[in-house]
Design a binder for this molecule. Structure first.
Ligand SMILES: Cc1cc2nc3c(=O)[nH]c(=O)nc-3n(C[C@H](O)[C@H](O)[C@H](O)COP(=O)(O)OP(=O)(O)OC[C@H]3O[C@@H](n4cnc5c(N)ncnc54)[C@H](O)[C@@H]3O)c2cc1C
Length: 287
């Protein structure tokens, strides 16, 4: 059974790019950059993976055209499982290279989202395969809840790769992932400080006031320029805080998902915060 889209519209900007466009323009007009996520994941058929890759290439070209016309500030986020990671890693690499060639030609940045821990090593390896050829057009995500991440942060700093740091959105076992929120926050800040001090323009992706304040204090104490990093948040979550952070003079990028395959993304947003479930239920009762 397919859920009706109106349930997800707080978190998903539209079921098509055209529907998402007013949201993107409104965010850009307020000084917020965006990263566009054409929703989809866990593709198991080559035909679907290639259709997804081509849809992303079209999106890259649209962003370049919009940027030329209206100064659109947008990059792209993609889950590698959408372009064949679950089918075969070499096949996925081939699709990724085709996408990155278009991204470089159009000067659009592609961020590889990080999925569950069964994909971590593969995502990092595919990233490292392509990074030397596309150092300015591909970036990666690291998840602070994974016990391996501090080592990955060091490695990405030495490569001068662009990293988005987030807590992590998947349910992972205690052998490989911290479970306690205070411990996750501690590791998040260790990684954030390393990335800001020694990395290349990291994205500090969180809605958590404690982490946002700690980041601001860290850069102020170290005299680090605000343009050495950016904050990132998800569309529909704390929009006033997003604007406030821009008004304080920090960079803020909003992750804007769109497309018809919104159900798994929507489920992750509901799982991570019970208030999000209440919000959807209230809307359901009102309609
Ligand atoms: C831009 C971006 C990209 C991401 N990409 C990935 C990815 O590639 N892979 C991945 O696994 N995960 C990704 N995530 C999700 C991330 O891992 C977390 O699951 C998600 O961000 C929730 O963690 P949090 O730190 O934002 O805050 P939470 O742990 O959800 O909340 C912590 C605190 O923040 C405050 N807060 C949060 N939401 C609200 C609200 N609506 N109103 C008021 N206060 C609030 C509250 O004080 C709350 O206690 C991404 C997140 C962002 C922002």
């Amino acid at each position: 059974m397919r859920l009706p889209y109106f349930l997800a519209r707080r978190f998903v900007a539209g079921e098509s790019f055209q529907e998402a466009l007013p949201v993107i323009r409104a965010l850009n007009n307020k000084g917020l950059s965006v990263t566009l996520d054409l929703l989809g994941e866990h593709v198991t058929k080559q035909k679907v993976a290639e259709t997804s890759r081509d849809a992303y290439i079209r999106l890259v070209r649209i962003i370049a055209e919009e940027r030329a016309r209206r100064a659109m500030q947008a990059g792209i986020s993609i889950k590698l499982s959408m372009i064949g990671q679950k089918i075969d890693e070499d096949y996925c690499l081939k699709n990724l290279r085709i996408l990155l060639a278009a991204a470089k030609e159009c000067n659009v940045f592609i961020r590889l989202d990080m999925e569950g821990s069964d994909a971590t090593a593969s995502t990092i390896s595919l990233f490292e395969e392509t990074f030397p050829e596309y150092p300015d057009h591909v970036g990666i995500v690291l998840q602070a809840y994974l016990k391996r991440t501090e080592r990955d942060v060091e490695r990405m700093c030495s490569l001068k790769a662009q990293v988005r740091l987030c807590k992590g959105a998947y349910k992972e076992p205690s052998e490989i992932a911290w479970q306690n929120m205070d411990i996750i926050r501690e590791h998040f800040m260790t990684c954030a400080q390393e990335l800001i001090a020694h990395g290349r323009y990291p994205g500090i992706a969180t809605h958590d006031d404690r982490l946002i304040s700690a980041t601001k204090i860290f850069v102020a104490n170290r005299g680090i320029d605000r343009d050495r990093f950016e904050f990132q948040m998800l569309y529909g979550i704390r929009p006033q805080t997003q604007e406030q952070i821009v008004n304080e003079g920090y960079g803020m990028r909003v992750y804007v998902p769109f497309g018809t395959q919104w159900a798994p993304y929507f489920a992750r947003r509901l799982r991570e915060r019970k208030e999000n479930v209440w919000f959807v239920l209230r809307n359901l009762v009102r309609t």
